[in-house]
Design a protein. Structure first.
Length: 619
């Protein structure tokens, strides 16, 4: 697609969990727990409240179409603040400091006072029915000139376990939200900006890592389309594809709108009860439904079933809206007969509702109330198709397509938090904030100072094990050994099924120091790490004592005299092979000797000893 001609405009909101000791508005730890560790649970119904102007936010109103009972798992690491049974404590100063650090790195202007607001959210992810959020900084910029509009500090939502059940361990973890201007004009640019901001965040060394700790919401529009927010994009590599598919969807919806207008299409506002038509149906879904209702979409034939994204059709959009009423989805005549519904039943349906050849008929099956709500939603979404692209909040699906969640929120969504005092950002506080080195600059420094190749230097700089690498180098460990152990060796062992994550960073540091001090050979590192992983949790002792014990067991010290003795024996046992191959026997014999020594001697020492012994034999 020619994105310039299409008028693509895109912006991004990045949500990143901060790695602080305590949550944002209580003193609970920011630890995630296994649901098997829960200590109890409680249930709650949520309703939207009116704003200061007496209005109810349209997105919240949409969530209230279905009365839902939410269940929350509690733990010994959460308190009554997460339960919404006592007021929040003052804002976590550590979280505010990290947020100000990020703001300064992005060249932003801090707010003079940080006021906490309540953002209405009644999808069950907050026990209170709102999320606390505070504007911290304004007006930053990226190297490519793209503008950062705001940075906010807010509390993370509860983690959905399944259905309407949530876990409270995640609720309240400090989170920064960085919002850009709609300054990106290609899908690739959106992904590049997200990558840069993610690098800035990781450069602080104070953000959480791993899947789910960072999420991107992408705002996309094209000329003639509408602003659509796609939430929950967790994988950086999918961002460009998400944008491409949203552009494809909006282009397709505009083409459908134009064709509908040419046909003079309209939506028949009469909902027809067709339950009796399917009294003998073989469709399992229709057979058990108490009520089956039909909606006639005049002039829509062939368009409801038209693909607008991979795996998605206009009918999928209508189904998304209907699902808000608690139904499983809809059927429509563009896809029938199918699902146990016969051609004869389709013909009777069309005749009963008075559908012409160019019309499409949608049906919903459920209890009377839910079916009626769903039929109304189908008509609403069909009317929107006559206008083009509706403004929506959508959720990302697998591989980059998206589905409707709710309307875009309005101004009524936010109102002041009366339980949290404002925080003043004065000049001394702002000046006390220090800006860390960017990971890209650190990578370049590793090349210059340590002689690492560019790829390895970048991998180290962006790795979660960067602090261990820097501690090892500071302790005198050769940078190449430290980098290759932390990246290549640990990754290869994990791939082979070794639980290397059970080895602490302090134990890895002690092991690397032992290798540097010649108490173990670098060739023994994989075996030593494997043994440390296998025996993790057994017995007591400091990391240094654990490493010393494993070295004594797996790679005991071997003297130079012992090395020479083993080399002479190996060469003597294979004298014919050595004389036949000459110095070409060095490689095969090296493997035999190293296997006997079990990595307890540096390979360079063994190689030199073996070379001397072969030279003596051959001379």
């Amino acid at each position: 697609m020619n994105y310039q001609e299409l008028g693509l405009k895109a912006g991004i909101e990045i949500h990143q969990q901060l790695d602080t000791a305590e949550k944002l508005f209580c003193r609970c730890p920011t630890l995630l727990r296994d649901t098997a560790e829960r200590t109890g649970e409680f249930s709650r119904y949520l309703r939207a409240t009116e704003s200061e102007l007496g209005e109810i936010d349209r997105a919240a109103e949409e969530e209230m179409k279905l009365v839902r009972k939410f269940t929350y798992y509690t733990y010994d690491s959460v308190c009554l603040v997460e339960h919404d049974e006592e007021p929040p404590t003052p804002m976590n100063p550590e979280a505010l400091e990290v947020c100000l650090t990020i703001a300064k790195m992005l060249g932003m202007t801090p707010a003079e006072q940080v006021h906490t607001m309540r953002k209405l959210v009644i999808d069950g992810s907050n026990t209170s029915g709102f999320q606390r959020t505070a504007l911290v900084g304004l007006s930053g910029a990226l190297p490519d000139g793209c503008l950062i509009e705001t940075i906010c500090l807010e509390e993370e939502a509860a983690q959905r376990v399944e259905g309407e059940t949530f876990s409270l361990d995640r609720l309240g973890i400090p989170l920064v939200e960085i919002t850009t201007a709609p300054c990106m004009r290609t899908p690739e640019a959106v992904q590049e900006v997200a990558g840069y901001i993610g690098m800035v965040l990781r450069s602080t060394g104070r953000v959480k890592r791993g899947l789910g700790t960072i999420r991107q919401d992408i705002n996309v529009s094209i000329a003639g389309g509408a602003r659509v927010e796609i939430k929950g994009v967790q994988e950086l590599d999918l961002i460009a594809e998400v944008v491409r598919r949203e552009v494809q969807r909006q282009v397709a919806l505009l083409a459908i709108r134009d064709e509908l207008r040419e046909r003079g299409a309209r939506v028949d506002q009469t909902v027809v009860d067709v339950t009796a038509l399917f009294s003998g149906t073989k469709s399992s879904i229709l057979k058990k439904a108490k009520s089956i209702l039909a909606v006639r979409l005049c002039g829509f034939a062939g368009l409801v079933g038209r693909e607008i994204q991979p795996g998605r059709r206009l009918g999928s959009e209508m189904s998304d809206y209907a699902k808000k009423c608690g139904v499983g989805g809809i059927f429509h005549t563009d896809e029938l007969p199918a699902y146990g519904i016969t051609a004869e039943e389709v013909a009777r349906l069309r005749e009963f509702v008075g559908a012409a050849e160019e019309d499409c008929v949608a049906i919903v099956a459920a209890g009377r109330e839910r079916a009626g709500c769903a039929a109304e939603q189908v008509m609403i979404r069909a009317e929107m198709a006559l206008s083009g692209v509706p403004e929506e909040t959508r959720k990302m699906l697998d591989e980059g397509s998206s589905a409707y969640m709710r309307p875009l929120p309005g101004a009524a969504r936010m109102y002041p938090e009366t339980d949290v005092f404002p925080v003043v950002i004065d000049e001394p506080l702002w000046e006390s904030i220090t800006v860390p080195e960017l990971l890209t600059h650190r990578s370049e420094r590793f090349v210059r100072e340590f002689g690492l190749d560019e790829d390895l230097a970048r991998q180290v700089a962006f790795s979660e094990r960067l602090p261990t690498f820097e501690a090892a180098v500071a302790a005198g460990v050769r940078p190449t050994i430290a980098a290759r152990t932390l990246l290549a060796t640990c990754r290869e062992l994990a791939r082979d099924g070794v639980a290397v994550d059970r080895v602490s960073e302090d134990e890895i540091l002690a092991l690397l120091s032992a290798v540097e001090a010649d108490r173990a050979a670098k060739e023994a590192i994989p075996d030593l790490l494997t043994e440390l992983a296998r025996t993790a949790g057994e017995g007591a002792g400091t990391p240094q004592e654990r490493v010393d014990a494993v070295i004594a067991k797996m790679a005991p010290a071997v003297s130079q005299a012992d090395v020479e003795s083993i080399v002479r024996r190996v060469v003597a046992e294979r004298e014919a092979f050595a004389r036949e191959r000459g110095m070409g026997a060095l490689g095969p014999l090296m493997g035999v000797v190293m296997q006997e020594l079990r990595g307890s001697v540096d390979g360079k020492v063994v190689s030199e000893t073996l070379r001397r012994e072969l030279g003596r034999l051959l001379s």
